[in-house]
Every structure is written in C-alpha cells, then in structure tokens.
Design a protein around this ligand. Structure first.
Ligand code: G3H
Ligand code: 13P
Ligand code: NA
Ligand code: ZN
Length: 328
C-alpha cells in the first residue's frame, strides 16, 4: 500500500532503525527493490528525481509504483519526489500521486546556485503548507552537498553547485537547522556533512575531517524529534568497482560512505538514507559480466535478470544493515 514518508519514518524513529530510499527510473529497479523488501520484510521508499520523471514519463513512473504497491499489498511503499527544485515540481508530483516530496531549497530553481537561507525557508515552508493539506510529507535540505576535501560543491551529473563553496555552506549549522524546521514544518531534514552525489565522493577511506558525522550528532541534540536524511549515501563497494573494471569498464579508484558510518548516523536520528549510485554500479557490473562472457547473447532479459539479482543483493544488504529488515 502507498503510505506517506511521515508514516514510515515515525515508525522508524520509534523503533530506532533507518530506511534506505532507492532512486528508480525503470521496471527492473523497482522490482529488484520490492523483491529485496519482500525477502527481508522491509518497508520501502521509492524515489524519482526530476531526471527520472522525464526519462520514464510521469504516467509511467506513477503506474510503475502503483503497480508494485498492488503486487506487494503487505509492504508499505512511499512514492517520493527526490530533489524537487521548485514549488511547481512538487505540485506536479503531488498531482501524479506522490505521497512525499523533497523541496530542495538549498539551491535556486536552476538546481545549481546556492540559495539564501531566506529563500530556502520561504519556498520549503510554502510547499509544506500545501503538501500537509493533502497528507503528503515533505523533506527539506539545509546546507549544500559537496566535498570537504576539495571545498567544491556537488559536481557530478550537473547536480548542485560546481564551484568553490564556503566551508560553512558544506556543513549544516545545527542552530540554523532548528530554526529551519520550526519555520518550515518539514517532516524530514536533509543535512550536509561532506557527502556528494555519485561515485566520486572521497579520494580515500573517509575519516571525521571529511565525513562530518559529528554534525549529525549536534543536529540531533537540537532536533530530537526531526527525521534526518543522509544524501549521497552510496558506499561505492570496492568489489563492484573491481568487477566493472574487470569486464571492460574504466572507473578510477574512489571511496563512498562506509555502511558502518551510516549505521552510526542511524543511532543519531538518521531515518532516511538516499542511495542511487550503488544500485547503478550493481546493475552495470552484472550487465558488463554477461555481455563480456556471452558475446553471442542479445536477449535483454539475459543480462537484465542478473542485473536485477545484483541490485536486489545491494538492497537486501542495506535493509539488513540499517535495521529495516523485519519492520514492514
Ligand atoms: O540526486 C541524485 C540522484 O542520484 C538522481 O540522479 O538526477 O541522474 O536521476 P538523476
Ligand atoms: P548516491 O549518489 O550516493 O547514491 O546518492 C543518491 C542521492 O542522494 C539521491 O538523492
Ligand atoms: Na530526497
Ligand atoms: Zn540527493
């Protein structure tokens, strides 16, 4: 059944677990996640970016998610807009049946320029007011994703600000977070702690100076009742990097957010954990392997099926590690 983000995250807070939010844009990804959730008895957050909505089309996204809600009637499913850039994006998501929206007002509408605090409060508060009237949940974001190693904003895929960012903008300020939540009434708050989207987050295994888990602790002290969200939370598994490269890929060595750090975050109020890159890598590694080993193969199911199994494995691992398993 489709439920709101608030419903799932309130339960997660009550029972001290976290919920991975997986990005989706096609049937194979949606089915992989649902199979993992079924197997581990986990609640599900399916999220579609603006890019996903334009890739598949709003009607396809809507029906794909409604289809799995019908196919798996016992699993609660949230249909979430990832990184809404403006009021319009959030409203059109709601019109298409999304039960939750992210208004990312940390950036201007172009989704690149860092926005003022006043703009962020105003636009996020407006979205929350409209969404709450119809039972839709809202996630806001305060602070900009980006690297504490380079001082640069989130860069990959044209997401976020590409230039140098003030160090202070790369870390959410706990006092400001408290003010932001009070003013906007968001259900969940995405925080900036040095993670960025995509595979190239860190040039080494992250330590406290480049992955600021302490900021989460500080924010949680001020906002014990707010559900915190970690973006850019792929772990970028070394075995998947190796597998992609073994079968013809060329991924430079890179590091993601260790699962153990996310588990630490969950102990400190993190309830939603955004993951896209790990699933992309699992799919790509599996497809590369089949195509490299069976060069005569041309039935897409012959490589999509293994790619689904690989993605399902990532999802099951996260459900187990975050304590989501057994909570559906
Ligand atoms: O926000 C980042 C997610 O990984 C979605 O990426 O905009 O390429 O669909 P996308
Ligand atoms: P990753 O690129 O680390 O998977 O992050 C995804 C994300 O934050 C989507 O909003
Ligand atoms: Na989101
Ligand atoms: Zn994100």
């Amino acid at each position: 059944a489709l439920v709101s983000l608030r419903q799932i995250l309130d339960h997660a807070a009550e029972h001290s677990y976290g919920v991975p939010a997986f990005n989706v844009n096609n049937m194979e990804q949606v089915l992989s996640i649902m199979n993992a959730a079924q197997k581990t008895d986990s609640p599900v957050i399916l999220q579609a970016s603006r890019g996903a909505r334009s890739y598949a089309g709003d009607i396809m996204i809507k029906h794909m998610i409604q289809a799995v809600a019908e196919m798996y009637p016992d699993i609660p499913v949230v249909m979430h807009q990832d990184h809404g850039n403006a009021m319009n994006t959030c409203l059109s998501a709601m019109a298409n049946g999304f039960s939750s929206v992210m208004m990312d007002g940390s950036l201007e509408e172009d989704a690149k320029t860092p926005a003022s605090y006043e703009y962020n409060c105003a636009v996020t508060g407006k979205v929350a007011e409209a969404a709450h009237m119809i039972g839709v949940s809202v996630e806001g974001e305060l602070g900009c994703l980006g690297s504490l190693e380079t001082g640069k904003g989130d860069k990959e895929d044209g997401h976020g600000f590409e230039g140098e960012l003030d160090h202070s903008m790369l870390l959410t300020d706990p006092a400001e977070a408290a003010d932001f939540v009070a003013k906007t009434k968001v259900d969940a708050l995405a925080v900036a702690i040095g993670t960025s989207h995509g595979a190239y987050k860190f040039t080494r295994e992250p330590t406290g100076d480049i992955l600021a888990m302490n900021v989460i602790k500080e924010i949680n002290k001020r906002l014990p009742d707010t559900h915190l969200v970690m973006h850019g939370s792929s772990s970028v598994p070394q075995d998947l990097q190796e597998m992609i490269n073994e079968y013809g890929g060329e991924m430079p060595k890179t590091y993601g957010v260790p699962v153990s750090e996310i588990v630490e975050g969950i102990k400190n109020g993190v309830r939603k954990v955004n993951i896209d890159t790990d699933c992309r890598m699992a799919i790509t590694a599996a497809i590369r392997k089949v195509l490299a080993e069976k060069k005569a193969e041309f039935d897409p199911r012959k490589y999509l099926k293994p790619s689904m199994e690989a993605m399902q494995k990532i999802c099951e691992d996260r459900y187990e590690a975050f304590g989501t398993a057994g909570q559906a």
